[in-house]
Write a protein that binds this ligand. Sequence first.
Ligand SMILES: C[S@@+](CC[C@H](N)C(=O)[O-])C[C@H]1O[C@@H](n2cnc3c(N)ncnc32)[C@H](O)[C@@H]1O
Length: 293
Amino acid sequence: MSISKRGIFDAAQSIEGILQIDSKRLEAALSLDARTARIEVQILLQTLLNVNRAYVLTYSERVLSDDELSRYTGLRDRRLQGEPIAYILGEREFYGLNFRVTSATLIPRPDTELLVELALQQISQRGLCRVLDMGTGSGAIALSIAHVRPNADVVAVDASKAALLVASENILRLNLSNVRLLQSDWFAALAGEHFDLIVSNPPYIEMDDVHLKLGDVRFEPLSALASGADGLDDIRRILRDAKNHLKAGGWLMFEHGYDQALRVRQLMQQAGFTNVTSARDLSGIERVTRGHA
Ligand SMILES: C[S@@+](CC[C@H](N)C(=O)[O-])C[C@H]1O[C@@H](n2cnc3c(N)ncnc32)[C@H](O)[C@@H]1O
């Protein structure tokens, strides 16, 4: 540790000193394992100093200035209060792209990359394909699809104006010209529009699920998460109109909860979809259910 002219106090202001002390604080406050806590402190320091991980490891004796320390303390205290690291940093990586996120948007989850993979399998690399993403949030799904398939014409809707502002920032960041955003209560603003593929990661958590009050989730918008007593209200609402907005032979794909696959398959079949199947995520959980119009 560094002992500068300001004496032993600087040890606690060095990168390594902060890593040691604050990892323990985060571990205790958020019940994180030691490794995760240390990585989070590292990330906060990287963000504050605008450096990469190699810098933090190489210059572990560097002492933060008083101004840097005070700004770092602000970030750390937000994390100690439980605010998700993605909101503190203002971004989250999804499908290899960096998305701006705010408290108006869900933080994109790695699980949702399965929905993007399955969607991309349905979109050939040539020819126009009209894709609709319902409940786009930060735009994670719609923009990932649009980025990989420049030939796709993607429409992304959300009821939240604040979320759409974030999605529009992400369109600029990623320099995409094939995505159109629309504020809409599901299909309300889409009269007369037809798509080859509709994808959605809608709210699907049961209203009284205890997880809504735990961890990162309690900082995310409830309107992005909860959907009635059984978590399926929004899926039912989307299914009411989905066939009217799909071209013949088009596909509809939902992400849903770990225990909802059977129920979602039944709802899709009742709504007249055929070839209804569920796909498993990397943990072996049925995570996406899709069907043919
Ligand atoms: C689970 S989040 C998904 C966000 C993003 N697609 C993702 O995967 O990270 C659900 C999204 O649906 C939006 N939403 C909720 N109710 C809606 C409605 N009635 N019409 C349109 N969007 C709605 C929420 O605002 C939220 O952005």
